[in-house]
Design a protein around this ligand. Structure first.
Ligand code: ZN
Length: 353
């Protein structure tokens, strides 16, 4: 029997809801503004109406509903389904998200950190589909991370593992929203790229960036990228900094985990050409495990080779493939996996009886 699930990506600016079948086909996607300012009641209400609409639409044609998976920005307590802290969703701290949505919909809800969900999406249908163990770093407004080990999200003790955006790159670096200084997020997020551009302009050393910014009131990290592509040295240096910071963190991850694949996604990853060379240079310098396992002349985007044969495996650092849909696919995958686990446990109980 075919199955489908609803995946939700609750971002700081967009709320997206999709129906996805068990074969990984997206049946329909709804995008709503999050209206964070109007409060969580409005957001939860809009989310639940869209979920109900999709369940009704596909309930007969797409088979049985596995459940609802929701990717949420912030740190989540897996056991209780509480959102403990979310910089992008003010007013949601210590809110029982899972319980509230389950109560309204009367169905099973699986909650996950949004970057963990994106990692699971890339593992299921994207860049890491051929490997069991992977790590993903998501470069957006902030920097998120997710670890998938043995095909499953690694949660740590309470569900808060994988906060790769807050690995320290420079203890004397800029203050971070998490309370520390010089986290990866302060160098490789869209916010950081823009901040570094403002700093370069303030120092008087970036006249072209200054001109571009004065001409465009909505000048953002994308504008800095365009300047870098055109060869502007200060803009290129900003992406160099981002790449070096990513390289430091990825080298640490390689030394700790020796995984076959590190995937970089999120909006800023579309500037891959501008920062990837600095990643590879830094990783090669910092990680002897990488030097021992690097694919021959990796320039990026190289697929994993000979994944079946451990002796031939290489450490691959590459771009994500699913774009902004990674989190939606991963969120939809969660209830499917939970259902599969439950069925397996029942089968084992029956065998034992
Ligand atoms: Zn931080």
């Amino acid at each position: 029997m075919t199955m489908f699930a609803i995946g939700v990506d609750l971002g700081g600016t967009n709320l997206r809801i999709a129906a996805v079948d068990s074969g990984g086909r997206m049946l329909e996607k709804i995008t709503l503004g999050t209206k964070v300012v109007r409060g969580r009641e409005t957001v939860i209400h809009d989310m639940c109406s869209s979920i109900q609409a999709l369940v009704e639409r596909f309930g007969s044609s797409a088979g049985q509903l596995s459940g609802i998976g929701i990717g949420v920005p912030g740190i989540i307590e897996m056991q209780t389904g509480m959102l403990r802290e979310s910089p992008n969703l003010p007013g949601w701290s210590d809110y029982p998200v899972r319980e509230e949505i389950e109560r309204r919909l009367g169905t099973r809800v699986v909650l996950e950190n949004d970057a963990n969900a994106a990692a699971l999406g890339e593992k299921w249908l994207g860049a890491a589909a051929e490997v069991d163990d992977m790590c993903m770093i998501t470069l957006g407004t902030g920097v998120g991370g997710g670890l998938v080990l043995g095909g499953r999200v690694f949660h740590g003790m309470r569900g808060m593992a994988g906060e790769l955006g807050h690995i320290n790159v420079d203890p004397d670096g800029p203050p971070c929203g998490c309370g520390s200084n010089g986290c990866l997020e302060q160098y490789a997020s869209a916010t950081a790229i823009k901040r570094m551009a403002m700093e370069a302009i303030a120092s008087g050393a970036a006249p072209e960036l200054e001109r571009a910014m004065s001409e465009d009131p909505e000048f953002s990290s994308k504008g800095v990228y365009q300047m870098a592509v055109q060869g502007d040295a200060p803009a290129r240096e900003i992406f160099g900094k981002a790449g070096r910071a990513l390289g430091i963190v990825i080298a640490d991850l390689i030394n700790i985990f020796n995984l076959p694949m590190y995937v970089i996604g999120g909006g800023v990853s579309s500037a891959w050409e501008a920062f990837a060379p600095a990643i590879f240079e830094q990783v090669r310098r910092n990680s002897f495990v990488y030097r021992a396992t690097a694919p021959p002349e990796q320039t990026g985007g190289m697929p994993a080779t000979n994944v079946q044969d451990p002796a031939c495996r290489h450490t691959v650092i590459t771009r994500a493939l699913l774009g902004s849909d990674a989190g939606l696919f991963g969120a939809a995958r969660l209830p499917m996996m939970a259902q599969h686990d439950a069925a397996k446990a029942t089968l084992q109980d029956l065998k034992r009886a």
